[in-house]
Design a binder for this molecule. Sequence first.
Ligand code: IVH
Length: 696
Amino acid sequence: MMTIEDLKKIDITSIDADTAKSILAFLAIEIERHDKLYYAHSLPEISDADYDFLRQLNTKIEANFPDLKRPDSPSHKIGVTPQEGFSKYKHGAPMLSLDNAFNEKDVTDFLKKIYRYLNLNPDHPLEFVAEPKIDGVSANLLYENGQLKIGATRGDGSIGEDITQNLKTIREIPHVLKPPFPERLEIRGEVYMRHDEFDTFNQERASKGEIVFANPRNASSGALRQLDARITAQRPLHFYAYGMGLHDPSSFPTHWALLNQLENWGFKISRLRQICHNVQDLTTFHVSLGQKRTDLGFDIDGVVYKVNDIPLQDRLGIVSRSPRWAIAHKFAAEQAETTLEDIQIQVGRTGVLTPVAYLKPINVGGVMVSRATLHNEDEIARKDVRIGDRVIVQRAGDVIPQIVKAILSARPTNSVPYQFPEHCPICGSLAFREEGEVARKCSGGLVCAAQIVERLKHFVSKHGFDIEGFGSKYIESFWHEKLVQKPADIFKLKQIETDLKKREGWGAKSVDNLLQAIEAKRSISMPRFLYALGIPQIGQATALLLAKNYGNFQHFESEIIKAQDETNDAYQNLASIDGIGPSMAKDLIHFFQELHNQDVVAGLLNEITIEPYEHIIQESIFSGKTLVFTGTLTKMSRDEAKNNALKLGAKVAGSVSSKTDYVIIGADAGSKAAKAKELGIKCLNEDEFLLLAQHS
Ligand code: IVH
């Protein structure tokens, strides 16, 4: 069987007709297989660039051997290649995602957190709006002076793709708002397809020999990715508006009023919305919508609950990338039965061995599933799932499919329990489990190819350096060819541009594109850089927290190195950051202690610039000061107070020291208040803090 790498080595100008014929036969099958993986299963196996390469190769060979063009040639079918060519749009306000609730307890916890954060009595009345969560593709529409200027995809939440022309083809998206309207605002909503129209559309595709879509969401997404808006116009797309992005802060008192205004401007909003007051109202709505779900005529995957009062939404703010004031209550997971064909072990960047179930492909609620996670060795033992078992698979929303259980009555008589490997399947090093840990880890560290390659993949990934076109497959092949061994090598590829262009099967254009994408990332934000380093436990939220606290990378690095000595102030500063636990601090310190990591960072600093972190903070008397809160606050929770302080440019520490500038003392404050007085640090009560915060 040919591989993409084999094909890349072929010089098509010198092949004979027989070779051309066999390559074309191979490409017809292979491209169709990738189309199916992409369209029907949503599980592409190859990068967009490799897919493009296969299609281009087919076109070139057909151009040289027109008589060999096959009736089932991929060139007769419309390409599904993810399109290049859309320009980027930076959203006026980030497009957030929603946290999920899967049961009544999660909903109760959601409400409790809101009451706690706002420091409200449990009997304080609060209103929530419950509305359907439409299972489509989100879009952001920028209107200026009432005219639709830009329509964009969500992208990574900060930057999306400008698909204005495609969105304009949807009748339910007004090109002009009905007055009165503000000068500039963004409308958020969901593009979706109705079931009946989706079925007809798929039947038409099937009759033309085109690949059918697995579900309406994939079909909507495909329609919005067309470079030619005339194609989008032929697809039966709809739009529901559900909120706003960039807007005048004081425009609406409630979400309900906002929904009515959206309707007045000419948008379609869901009529299935309701004001609720408590968990019982919310869950009753959830049950009743769940019952209506199959009759709606389009897909919904849950109910969204939103705090109705917009000033309260603003107070609640955002945590990570989700609002504290909203949650998606998902419908029960979809399940299906299939065969577990194999269990394979994947080795991650931190060396964790994760078992992956390979399944006989099965449609679970509209999505083809062929892999599921088995989490870890204990999980396999607890469920006693064995290769060859019939198993129940489930998926809920975007969550990775899981194996619920094995069907014991259908178990083959010769089956044996799965033996979890005690050595890394990649480098053969011992795989060990630390006491109290569920994960078994490869001890190979930097001799383990899997760990090195996974770290490199993490480095260029979407939330890291986000180097366009530098997907997993390229990282793997560049690593094997010794072109990239450590992150800094990526930025040195430019020096071997001529060699890269001579690389078999690689056009000058692909090399130019890759090098341009790399050059574009020579300057990087501090949170992205910290995340990209792949330090254990340092995800996006913690990277942001560290950037906020240390401001620039050089200062951060020297402080973390000093923090190796636990008696040093630098350690106290790190440990006192709210949100950094002792185990995270240990991982951070350990990372910067390792010589290899120091080399990686130093190598990178020769190649790139890390932008100092500037967050939008109000200039205030608290800017740059260190605050400590102690005792019980009454007007707000401790969390809200801390977040307000951060917005005012302050640092919040957990303990009082000579470095503390202000201590905010609530009721029943104990030793911290006493220590503040002893050290002569300025003390404020809650009202004094709020007054200064509001007027600074
Ligand atoms: S509100 C700040 N409301 O669900 C809140 N989202 O995981 C942002 N969605 O990307 C979303 N129906 O595309 C909201 N009624 C609804 C929704 C809805 C569908 C999608 C949306 C978003 C995703 C959140």
